[in-house]
Design a binder for this molecule. Sequence first.
Ligand code: FES
Length: 157
Amino acid sequence: MAAAAGPADLATIAKKWKDKRGSLIMALHDLQGRYGYVPRDAAQELGKHLDVPLARIYEVITFYNYFKLEAPGKHIISVCMGTACYLKGAPEIIAKLSDKLGVKAGETTPDKQFHLQQVRCIGCCGLAPVVTVNEKVLAKVKAADVVDQVYACTKGA
Ligand code: FES
């Protein structure tokens, strides 16, 4: 997501679900929540943590229509709606982005440049409110600045 799900996040996701029923599906759900889709590299890394072969992961991903293998847009903008971010203005941030891009959360602009999504706590509440643009984390974001910040991150990319 992709958002800010690096290797450390994948370990955290795997740890969270490892011993639970339906762990693979739940972990993939979490992963897609971060990225907006399930990138191959991340799926492979997750599989290592969960001791599940990549082939099995792909069986699951392709069986359920819910999972996406392709990025829904060139740039994935994720607005954290966890409690800390929510209380510090995430709803205004998402409203601003939604207004500017002309899409609601969960939608992709018609030119496929931007996919806007809400995510649950991404684990850096001290930086709330947090927005991620692909791999980049924007901290203490203000609704008034978010559009410029997002465009600055994606310029030339
Ligand atoms: S609530 Fe947003 S990072 Fe934790």
